[in-house]
Design a binder for this molecule. Structure first.
Ligand code: HEC
Length: 207
């Protein structure tokens, strides 16, 4: 019987892992101060609980409740002396377990809903960043303190140059919009042009 249940649970977990998209966060970005780290999924329910508890009640959630839970588990064999194993003969234990699972999965659900709502980085911006590195733009341009100072600092170029068209033209031929520019023309294909421009436009004070 145990083996059957274990196999069943394994199958359910495997199917969930393959079919349900889990909201992974973006890659770590040291210049992004709005990033909120979240714990692994199996701690999300507790993380969610802690969001609701503030002020003088905080110790209750941070250590009194967990301590009671583990003490309860530890002493459960001494508290519950009922020898029966059939579920119908153990209504209290069954109800307690049911409520516990309901609370845990309810909190997990709320937490996941919040996680799905976190805005993700546009994938074009990620690809544009890779193009920026590939062509060595940082040799001349600084972004958030990294890179050379031959060309202008691009940390907030999305604020100062907000038009997509301008960037596309500039990348195709820098001199056409900035006469006398020493920025070289790069052999970018149209996809790289678009991605690089998306990256440039994303460099703003308010992300
Ligand atoms: C040889 C140095 C050099 C390299 C390499 C270089 N740039 Fe430039 N860049 C400049 C200079 C100088 C300017 C200012 C003149 C101009 O606007 O073209 C400039 C201007 C810019 C501007 C306009 C900034 C503004 O505020 O007007 C952007 C955007 C830009 N570069 C992006 C890039 C990207 C992306 C790359 C890599 C594909 C790159 N640059 C590679 C020198 C360089």
């Amino acid at each position: 019987m145990d083996a059957v249940v274990m196999l069943g649970i394994f199958a359910v977990v495997a199917v969930l892992a393959l079919t349900v998209h889990f909201p992974l966060a973006d890659k770590a970005n040291p210049s992004d101060t709005t990033f909120v780290p979240v714990p692994e999924w199996y701690f999300l329910f507790y993380y969610q609980l802690l969001k609701y508890v503030h002020g003088p009640l905080e110790p209750l959630a941070t250590w009194i409740l967990p301590a009671l839970f583990f003490l309860g588990l530890l002493f459960w064999p001494f508290i519950d002396r009922n020898p029966a194993r059939h579920p119908t003969a153990r209504p209290v234990a069954l109800a307690a377990g049911g409520v516990f699972l309901l609370v845990v999965f309810g909190l997990l659900g709320v937490s996941l809903r919040d996680l799905y709502a976190v805005p993700r980085m546009n994938p074009a911006v990620g690809r544009g960043k890779a193009v920026f590195e590939q062509f060595g733009c940082a040799g001349c341009h600084r972004i958030h303190g990294e890179g050379g100072a031959v060309g202008p600092d691009l940390s907030y170029v999305g604020d100062t140059r907000p038009e997509r068209e301008w960037h596309l033209k500039h990348f195709r031929d820098p001199q056409s919009v900035s006469p006398g520019s020493i920025m070289p023309k790069f052999p970018l294909d149209s996809k790289q042009l678009e991605d690089l421009t998306s990256y440039m436009l994303s460099l703003k004070r308010e992300a």
